[in-house]
Design a protein around this ligand. Structure first.
Ligand SMILES: [Zn+2]
Ligand SMILES: [Zn+2]
Length: 248
């Protein structure tokens, strides 16, 4: 489905489906999908054992009684606020950056490139984002809708897709917005953290400001990430602390 969308509305024209490094990203893709089950078990365990004391019944009752779409947009906002700050921590704390650098090492952006992630990051992000949704009392149907939206948007944000979004691009995260997040161009370093709502980056002052239509290059500054899934999983445990900033 995403290959079709990419062919219909390409951002970078003429980019092939089987571009360099597609094999390593495909390995990430397969592993991530096998890990989803394990991750959900861990999340379920962690939430009920660790966050149970946080539950406050009157708040859960209020949240669970909201109209469906108000509750869904609220769930996306809670999820993205957590996501924004954890993502920013991954960039600004050198120890965490070593894990997140795996995700940023993709030099070609397409639907498959978003799968490139360290397994620790996948599990940590799921726990941190889903926990407040459970604790705040969002309904099961709303959380299911959220999981579908996050799955779709996570792939779309990396896809080689260009759609005329108009002013909507200041409100929601588009592929163009997240492509800038992956750029190694100077004005794009440590910018555009949001996953759902682009306005969060405008609010917190971290949106990319540029006159350029497209990023020139993607990947990490210095191009230090090894090729291959195993080498990328081992990387954070062997590398000295790194910074995403080109000056460091
Ligand atoms: Zn990032
Ligand atoms: Zn990404």
């Amino acid at each position: 489905m995403f290959i079709l969308i990419e062919k219909l509305f390409p951002l970078h024209r003429g980019q092939p489906i089987f571009r360099p490094d597609w094999q390593v990203d495909f390995t990430h893709f397969v592993v991530n999908h096998l890990l989803v089950g394990l991750a959900l078990v861990i999340v379920n365990f962690a939430i009920h054992r660790l966050f149970g004391w946080l539950v406050w019944a009157p708040l859960q009752k209020w949240v669970g009684g909201l109209p469906f779409f108000a509750e869904l947009f609220g769930a996306l906002l809670v999820a993205d606020l957590v996501q924004y700050w954890t993502h920013r921590a991954y960039h600004e704390i050198p120890f965490l950056w070593k894990f997140h650098a795996v995700h940023h090492s993709a030099k070609t952006m397409d639907w498959l490139a978003g799968s490139r992630q360290h397994v620790f990051e996948i599990i940590a992000t799921r726990v941190l984002v889903l926990a407040p949704l459970f604790v705040l009392g969002f309904r099961e149907g709303v959380i299911n809708a959220y999981i579908i939206i996050v799955g779709f948007q996570a792939v779309l944000n990396h896809a080689n897709v260009d759609v005329p979004w108009g002013p909507l691009k200041y409100l929601i995260v588009t592929p163009d917005f997240h492509h800038w997040h992956h750029s190694s161009d100077t004005e794009a370093i440590d910018r555009n953290y949001a996953a759902h709502y682009a306005f969060l980056d405008y609010l917190f002052g971290t949106a990319v400001k540029t006159a350029k239509r497209l990023p020139e290059k993607y990947g990490v500054v210095g191009d230090y990430m090894p090729d291959g899934w195993v080498a990328q999983q081992v990387f954070p445990f062997r590398a000295r602390p790194l910074s995403s900033r080109p000056s460091a």
